[in-house]
Ligand binder design. Structure first.
Ligand SMILES: Cc1cc2nc3c(=O)[nH]c(=O)nc-3n(C[C@H](O)[C@H](O)[C@H](O)COP(=O)(O)O)c2cc1C
Length: 200
């Protein structure tokens, strides 16, 4: 699947069929995650695959009872080694670590979509409770959870802001040319060079 097509057709899936996900498919998600960009290539992200039903039940409870966590065949908890990041970058280390985990998360969501799986990012949970449940060492911060399974729903795509609503040219306030949103991404790729010449 073309990367941009994957990005623009992915949606969060929170309803899953009652079947497990084969290990090789899970391995591909982790493969996608570990190739995420990393500040200074520190690679501060680590992962816990949670398949145990009792643990999933608890995870769900610690995430404000979000039911898709207990209903998913598994959840991946992504941890960031904040201490390591701050040793390398005392000022911006924590930010870099969180950015790295976010990039890894997006890779997981896209690879899940690529494999026909459904996934949802879960950021709303009690970090201390999740850390204690999974016996995560102090130095690691549980940053995000992603639930994964075979989709049992086809949600509408949510609305996303148009390029021209959120993009400026050179300085904040000068909106990009309206042509930017008149073409689809396919068109942009095709007419990219011509458009570039037309832009003020
Ligand atoms: C940082 C972050 C935290 C999120 N936390 C949750 C969450 O706790 N539960 C949930 O169901 N979705 C969560 N989401 C998913 C968003 O709700 C979802 O991406 C958004 O509604 C847009 O839908 P889409 O993913 O289909 O484009 C989170 C997404 C991000 C980036």
């Amino acid at each position: 699947m073309d990367v941009l097509e994957a990005i623009t057709s992915r949606v969060s899936i929170t309803s899953y069929r009652d079947t497990g996900v084969d290990r090789p498919k899970v391995a591909r998600l982790l493969e996608a995650a570990r190739w995420a960009p990393s500040a200074g290539n520190m690679q501060v992200s680590e992962y816990v695959i949670v398949e145990d039903e009792e643990l999933l039940e608890k995870l769900s409870e610690y995430a404000h009872n979000q039911s898709h966590i207990r209903e998913a065949p598994f959840a991946l908890v992504i941890l960031a080694d904040i201490e390591k990041a701050e040793r390398n970058y005392p000022e911006r280390g924590e930010l870099y670590a969180l950015q790295e985990t976010a990039a890894a998360m997006q890779n997981v969501l896209l690879e899940a979509h690529n494999q026909g799986l459904g996934a949802a990012w879960v950021g709303s949970f009690d970090e201390e409770q999740v850390g204690a449940l999974l016996e995560v060492p102090e130095r690691l911060r549980p940053v995000s959870i992603v639930t994964v399974g075979h989709p049992d729903e086809k949600p509408e795509q949510p609305h996303k802001y148009d390029i021209t609503n959120i993009t400026y040219q050179n300085k904040y306030g000068k909106r990009v040319h309206p042509m930017y949103e008149k073409v689809t991404w396919k068109g942009l790729r095709h007419y990219g060079k011509k458009l570039k010449k037309m832009m003020p």
